[in-house]
Ligand binder design. Structure first.
Ligand code: 1GP
Length: 246
């Protein structure tokens, strides 16, 4: 449980965490990847996630992990599907897409993945995954049925179910490249009523947005697109999160 203990240890020490998501399909040149890695790690990011909803090959995931490992930070697969799994990573978010209409994402893909993960020797972090925006790649591919933004009590019902099923982490996701991030009330209500580690991502484009979500109760903020499009802004987000003390 090396990666999980690293996360828990930092949170217990009063830190808020930032994870940098790399989609190997979008950052395909390894020299560019190395540059992004250096920028994010010098700014203080706490870990790297590797994932993508569409056409990531196992070779690309592996090559990406190999480069990211040079940072000395944990490298965690955030799998869109089996193709993202690689033995080169340290851990995998072992996820259930809780609000999908597609049985494959509820249990079948996990059954297919489990023996591979065992063979690869990857640490697993049991994660409930809720996607809020159907108008994104993950919303479409994952056949998500939306949860109204005006109903935090529904989010809490999912969070309680996640906790009762033994998940350790809850990932509240607007979808990569979403127009806007999720409402702060969502991590707020989860934090207030559960012990889950709350991770928030999708559409976070400014230090203020990150701060708002953290103040509400998010433990971990994930950004992907901003680091690819505007690294300077990405660095400001990371630094703001790492400076925060509640
Ligand atoms: C996607 O939440 C992450 O899973 C990151 O989203 O690319 O919009 O930062 P962005």
């Amino acid at each position: 449980n090396k990666v999980f203990n690293y996360i828990v240890g930092k949170i217990a020490g009063g830190e808020k965490l930032h994870f940098t998501l790399i989609d190997p399909d979008k950052v395909s040149r390894l020299d560019e990847l190395e540059k992004l890695m250096d920028i994010a790690s010098s700014a203080g990011t706490d870990a790297f996630l590797i994932g993508g909803s569409t056409s990531v090959t196992p070779e690309e995931a592996g090559a990406t992990a190999e480069v990211l490992k040079k940072s000395g930070l944990p490298v965690v697969v955030f799998p869109g599907n089996l193709n993202c799994l690689t033995p080169k990573a340290d851990a995998v978010l072992f996820m259930v897409l809780m609000n999908t209409m597609e049985p494959y994402y509820l249990m079948q893909v996990q059954v297919l993945a489990a023996p591979l993960i065992r063979k690869y020797g990857l640490e697993t972090i049991p994660t409930g995954y809720i996607v809020f925006n159907t108008d994104t790649a993950v919303g479409h591919i994952g056949r998500v049925y939306s949860i109204p933004y005006s109903k935090p009590e529904l989010v809490l019902a999912y969070a309680l179910a996640a906790e009762m099923m033994g998940f350790k982490l809850l990932y509240l996701e607007a979808g990569s490249g979403a127009q806007s991030h999720i409402p702060p009330a969502f991590p707020g209500i989860v934090k207030k009523h559960t012990e889950l580690i709350t991770m928030v991502g999708g559409g976070i484009r400014s230090p203020d947005a990150a701060l708002e979500l953290i103040r509400a109760g998010a433990d971990i903020i994930v950004t992907g697109t901003i680091m690819e499009k505007d690294p300077e802004r990405g660095v400001n987000i990371i630094k703001t999160i790492k400076k925060y003390r509640g």
